[in-house]
Ligand binder design. Sequence first.
Ligand code: NAD
Ligand code: DAU
Length: 339
Amino acid sequence: MTILVTGGAGFIGANFIRYWLDAHPLDRVVCLDKLTYAGNLSTLRPLLGRENFRFVRGDICDRDAVDALFEEERPGVVVNFAAESHVDRSIEDPGVFLRTNVLGAGVLMDACRKFGARRFHQVSTDEVYGDLPLDRPDLLFSETTPIHASSPYSASKASADLLALAYFRTYGLPVTISRCSNNYGPYQFPEKLIPLMIANALADRELPVYGTGENVRDWLYVEDHCRAIDAILSGGRPGEIFNVGGHNEMRNIDIVRLILRRLGKPESLIRFVADRKGHDLRYAIDPAKIHAELGWLPETRFEDGIARTVDWYLENRGWWEEIVSGEYRNYYERMYGGR
Ligand code: NAD
Ligand code: DAU
């Protein structure tokens, strides 16, 4: 079986490719990635010589290139991770989010129809549901919670979900959708909360916490997300949405303090900065459906996952130091300078 993984040079996609090649060594994995600022071929380098792995640099919005790749590889399954994924960047410049996250997903689905893929899986996010109040811990997102996106990023992801469901209904394209909570783990680009705080703490730089730091996210170790997608591909019924999360809600400020403790750095490095525009208060996933229908449960406890993640960033400084020393500096100055 050939599986096409788009966005496989990014954080979750790269972890998924490694996971898939281990779990399904007889499959062929083709990765299509544009290598935007967030894509890093060095993450996939150890796999490049393998017979059953191919990397192709390309844009999911480029219909001719996508069709040519489908014609050549005839993937049975397509998993779409390719996206612009950072909320703050979507607030700064939404256009590319609409292009990649909506139009690109449409191009891939058209190719799946044209070349007869037996599954298109859209990797979506809990952010499509908007947010929950901080004082109602009883409320969780279920698959039937109405879509109520807050940022250009989440609106673009919600649009792709709607398009996927429309392709299922109208054309019978066998789509599935997973809506996962915040991931953490190795190879996450250092603009996101956990790696950013680790990198800054190690450099004794200020740790910029938005607003009061009381916003809550529901954290899942990236490998558990990969296993959930595998379970959906093998047992999930087409046309279905599956929420993925591990009941692990944490306040941002508590995550930041935990990282500082683990690195032996002082809390005086914390700096509260101007809040993100439209900042979602709380995300919390109810994963009852994927558990009941597919038997999926998270395997990594947060204490273990975060320890492993901090250690990974300590042991793989070359991977992220190269990133933070390049164009990322301009981004950091734009986003945080004078904030
Ligand atoms: P990421 O930003 O680390 O990686 C995105 C990858 O997509 C990069 O390799 C980039 O080069 C590639 N890409 C971007 N535009 C492309 C295009 N036009 N054509 C081809 N490739 C392109 O993102 P991530 O954190 O790994 O997230 C992957 C997916 O999972 C996204 O769809 C995101 O919405 C979703 N998701 C992420 C999280 C999370 O916590 N990170 C949680 C739930 C869902
Ligand atoms: O919930 C799933 C989503 O999680 C994914 O769909 C997105 O692709 C992914 O980026 C992530 O979105 P968030 O906006 O939740 O992640 P981020 O790491 O940007 O921020 C996490 C929280 O930390 C959020 O409340 C904002 C806050 N934050 C973030 C940064 C970068 C800070 O306080 N300071 C920071 O410098």
